[in-house]
Design a protein around this ligand. Structure first.
Ligand code: 6IA
Length: 135
């Protein structure tokens, strides 16, 4: 099972530790193709020496080759939104994980899309059950 995990990079890295915890859970179900998303050293500014074109080309190839897409969508990210739309266009199985807060709401373009499965959760402890059901 090839798993593409998507999470914010230039949209902001506040949730990087959470991404790393989710990636560890996902490793129990298959090969996570995008482990760098949880890397604490990966900053919002990005990396020196890797062009945006090569990041884009590699990521669309990885999405094409993946079986499922799991996106943590709490921190808004243009890149994650694009990846979700691309995965949808390919007919991939997608799940979006959204951490509920009182003052923010998930984009209607994700929450209102019946082709994307959206699961709300409160803490990382809620995720094993959600992932078990998904897989
Ligand atoms: O707009 P954002 O940067 O927040 O978009 C985040 C999403 O785009 C993630 O789900 C990634 O799959 C993808 N993405 C954005 N930047 C990178 C990246 N940077 N590498 C891989 N995927 C990216 C360089 C990192 C590196 C050389 C380890």
């Amino acid at each position: 099972m090839k798993i593409y995990f998507a999470g914010s990079i230039r949209g902001g890295r506040d949730d990087k530790e959470l991404y790393s915890q989710i990636i560890n859970l996902l490793k129990g179900y298959g090969e996570v193709l995008t482990e760098h998303i949880g890397d604490p050293k990966l900053l919002a500014y990005g990396e020196v020496g890797v062009t945006d074109e090569s990041i884009y080309e590699r990521d669309v190839e990885l999405i094409r080759g993946s079986d499922v897409i799991i996106a943590e969508v709490t921190n808004p990210s243009l890149g994650v939104g694009y990846e979700l739309a691309y995965a949808e266009s390919l007919g991939k199985k997608v799940i979006c994980l959204y951490r509920e807060t009182e003052d923010k709401r998930l984009s209607a373009m994700i929450n209102g899309n019946k082709k994307l499965m959206v699961k709300n959760y409160k803490t990382v402890e809620d995720l094993p059950e959600i992932l078990q059901e998904f897989f």
